[in-house]
Ligand binder design. Structure first.
Ligand SMILES: [Zn+2]
Length: 398
């Protein structure tokens, strides 16, 4: 049975050029493997305005509880500078013990290890006492509109319920066994606009330079710090990413200035409480600081992103401990529980069941010559196999 070999499984997936939004044969290849293991597949294509249609896969083995979900994506980012690759990005070449290919670690590799772990467990002990499902999207690296969020809602509407989920994104910074992600910071972006009065730089009393106001307001957003963090999260952080007037000239005072910013926030805040804090800071600073001494308050407006990502942390200690114990058993390493990094599809899954993230080493993801050590493929397969066995054993005992 070749499915027990993660390198074989991964090579087949890498050879499907599934750059978002193209399915590239990846979901079809994966579906066929899952059928061999006894899964029932459902392919779902989602559409929306102004974004490409995307194929997704929901596949389930078993009908009873407990029910474990493995979530991930088969789409990959573009090759980038094709001439800089030393190997064909869709050939799955093995050089010096490493397999090269786009998606090798992000995250066809994680999917291949999970399929192989399950195949090994089933060879050894038969099907798990419960259900396993794979929720695999083709829209994680792209707009993310026709992907995980819709697929979860689609499956839930058909009565699917899950007890826990594992996301196979690459979570280890350096070595297999470094890090499990047990939550993520939230993300909120905004655009701040300050209105001034355009004029000649030689006659500033007739004008109002909006840059004075925008600097004052931007500083008020940054200071004081939003919080000091807590035991699960680093401090929330606001970065101003651009300040602009669109003014190419050095003798014209511009009429208007805009500033863009993004906040990565921890679970001390919700998007709502953070929004209220931002408004309070801006209102206060605008009153205190006219564009000029003796002038009116700063005239400003602020637009915040309509769909901020919430912060979350998984409180299912049994799930975290089962995965930590599997990593320790398979690698001998004690890992860090982390909430760092960007957002991931776990932010949608957490609305349905507890979720943790653990996959390969992320060092080469999205880079030229993305590649994975064959020893890491073996290592992650071993970890997933122990995790599967223990999770079903403890869920049954509980
Ligand atoms: Zn990914």
């Amino acid at each position: 049975m070749t499915l027990t070999d993660p390198a074989h499984t991964l090579a087949a997936l890498i050879r499907c050029p599934s750059v978002t939004p193209d399915e590239g044969g990846a979901l079809t290849t994966l579906s066929a493997m899952l059928v061999d293991l006894g899964f029932t597949n459902e392919r779902v294509t989602f559409s929306d305005s102004d974004t490409p249609d995307v194929d997704n896969l929901y596949s389930r083995l078993g009908t009873d509880g407990p029910h474990l979900m493995f979530a991930g994506h088969t789409d990959v980012v573009p090759v980038g500078d094709a001439g800089a690759w030393t190997q064909d990005p869709f050939a799955a070449q093995i050089i010096d013990g490493e397999m090269y290919g786009r998606g090798a670690v992000d995250m066809k590799g994680g999917i291949a290890c999970f399929v192989s772990a399950l195949a090994r467990l089933m060879t050894r002990r038969g099907a798990p006492a419960g259900s396993v499902s794979l929720l695999i999207t083709g829209d994680e690296e792209g707009p993310g509109i026709n992907g995980t969020e819709k697929l979860l809602a689609h499956a839930a509407a058909k009565g699917e319920r899950w007890d826990a989920a594992l996301v196979g994104e690459p979570t280890n910074p350096e070595q297999l066994g470094d890090m499990i992600k047990i939550g993520r910071r939230g993300s909120l972006s905004g655009v701040l606009t300050v209105e001034g009065v355009q004029g000649h730089v030689a006659y500033p009393h007739l004008a109002d330079n909006p840059l004075r106001g925008i600097l004052t307001l931007a500083k008020a957003l940054m200071q004081p710090p939003l919080d000091a963090g807590n035991e699960r999260f680093p401090p929330s952080n606001l970065e101003v990413t651009a300040i602009d007037t669109g003014n190419p000239s050095s003798n014209v005072i511009p009429a208007r200035a805009t500033a863009r910013f993004n906040i990565r926030f921890n679970d001390i805040w919700t998007a709502e409480s953070l929004t209220a804090e931002l408004h309070a800071r801006l209102e206060h600073a605008a009153k205190e600081n006219g564009l000029r001494e003796g002038r009116e308050p700063v005239r400003y407006s602020v637009t915040l992103s309509e769909r901020p990502s919430p912060s979350f942390v998984t409180r299912d200690t049994a799930l975290i401990e089962t995965l930590s114990a599997a990593v320790l058993e398979a690698t001998g390493r004690s890992l860090t529980l982390s909430t760092t990094g960007g957002t991931s599809d776990a932010r949608f899954i957490k609305n349905y069941c507890p979720v943790v993230e653990f996959g390969l080493v992320g060092k080469t993801m999205h880079m030229v010559d993305e590649r994975v050590a064959l020893t890491d493929l073996e290592g992650l397969t071993a970890i997933y196999e122990v995790f599967l066995e223990r999770w079903f054993d403890s869920a049954k005992a509980g």
